[in-house]
Design a protein around this ligand. Structure first.
Ligand code: NPQ
Ligand code: MG
Length: 368
């Protein structure tokens, strides 16, 4: 398809709650939204780079630069044969996976729309609804944590993930497990521990967690493999897995037994599919991570989470948890912990132009 125009927007949407992790706190979702136009169709991709480089190295600023100077010139005015064709053209650009994923996912949406198929079907998805879990930020007190879990268990979420940091970690997990003996429970440290402080991680072993997510350094595999030998609970890697290559190495080393796949972190749906293949061969379950996405990114996530290897509930909870008003319709909402997979062409949800205009901070158009 010939991509005629690219529209890159910087969007800001207030979050309905403060989201605190071991690396910082957010109250506003600030992101880039890319629209690619071809023959009257629009494909949308949401860039998951955040305002600051605290979860990953990329930011809204660096992604905007790489998109404007290096990636969009590869597609605007060009005849693109497939999303894979874009991947090969962009292979010369190293790293910057979140920026690449914005283009690649927008192309996936565009190509699926052009062929009248849902993005889920185009990717090989097999589920009509996906199981969803929820990721709960670090609350002020242990009692708040238990109450927040109670609320979300009541809403039917299929797995509760607690963000943790060294300090009140064990106390929180213990209190939640005592109050809810049988829920699927996990923790995510966002790399806040080291082998030297890993006794705190080992202290979580008796609580029957489904997995412990990214306890150690964001670029590490070897220490995770060492830690895994001393744990019964599986380790799930998030930050450390940037590619199928990383996934293969991590599995071979014994660094993880579960993988959190985020489309943006790995550079797009193509790489997510390659991780899916690597994991299937090794019998490693996947789940779809979340970056507090607005509707476009959330729909892109739901599509990939419909693949068979995504066998654990993802961080793909209802849009209404995060935003008063989303940029897509119908809103992506889970009931009883299940989110229906859209069946319409492409991402299967329509962008609400009026809402998008209101939340757009800046807009740049690229033409051949
Ligand atoms: C994780 N997400 O799995 C991430 C990290 C994260 C849902 O736990 C703004 C934008 C704030 C993206 C905070 C969840 C964020 C963000 C945390 C992503 O590690
Ligand atoms: Mg994580």
């Amino acid at each position: 398809m010939r991509v005629e125009v690219a529209v890159l927007r910087h969007v800001e949407m207030p979050l309905r709650f403060r989201f605190r992790t071991s690396f910082g706190e957010t109250t506003i979702k600030s992101f880039l939204l890319l629209e690619l136009l071809s023959s009257g169709l629009s494909g949308f991709g949401e860039c998951v780079a955040e305002a600051g480089p605290f979860y990953a190295p990329e930011t809204v600023g660096t992604a905007g630069h790489v998109l404007s100077e290096f990636l969009l010139p590869l597609v605007v005015g060009a005849e693109i044969a497939s999303p894979e064709d874009f991947e090969s053209r962009a292979a010369r650009v190293r790293g910057n996976r979140m920026a690449k994923a914005a283009v690649e996912t927008a192309l996936r949406d565009l190509f699926a729309k052009a062929s009248g198929t849902s993005l889920s079907a185009a990717l090989g998805g097999t589920r009509t609804a996906i199981e969803v879990g929820v990721s709960l930020g670090i609350s002020p007190t242990v009692a708040d944590t238990v109450e927040n879990v109670r609320k979300h268990v009541g809403e039917g979420y299929r797995r509760i993930k607690l963000k943790i940091e060294p300090g009140t970690d064990v106390e929180r997990v213990k209190a939640v497990r005592e109050a809810f003996p049988s829920i699927a429970l996990t923790v995510d440290a966002n790399a806040a521990y080291t082998l030297a402080t890993a006794d705190r991680i080992r202290a979580l072993d008796p609580f029957g967690l489904d997995y412990i997510e990214q306890p150690l350094h964001h670029e590490d595999l070897a220490d995770h493999a060492e830690l895994a030998k001393t744990l019964r609970t599986p380790i799930c890697l998030d930050e450390s897995i940037r590619s199928a290559r990383d996934a293969r190495t991590a599995i071979a080393l014994g660094a993880c037994r579960v993988i959190n796949v985020k489309i943006g972190r790995v550079g797009g749906h193509g790489e997510a599919l390659r991780i899916h293949a690597v994991a299937a061969r090794a019998g490693v379950p996947l789940w779809c991570g979340g970056m507090l996405e607005a509707g476009v990114g959330r729909a892109q996530n739901v599509a990939v989470a419909s693949l068979p290897g995504f066998s654990k509930p993802g961080d793909t909870s209802s849009s209404s948890r995060y935003f008063e008003e989303d940029i897509v319709t119908p809103p992506l909402e889970a009931t009883g912990g299940l989110m229906p997979v859209p069946t319409g062409p492409g991402i299967g949800v329509a962008v609400r132009r009026d809402v998008l205009e209101r939340v757009t901070v800046t807009r740049k158009d690229f033409r051949a």
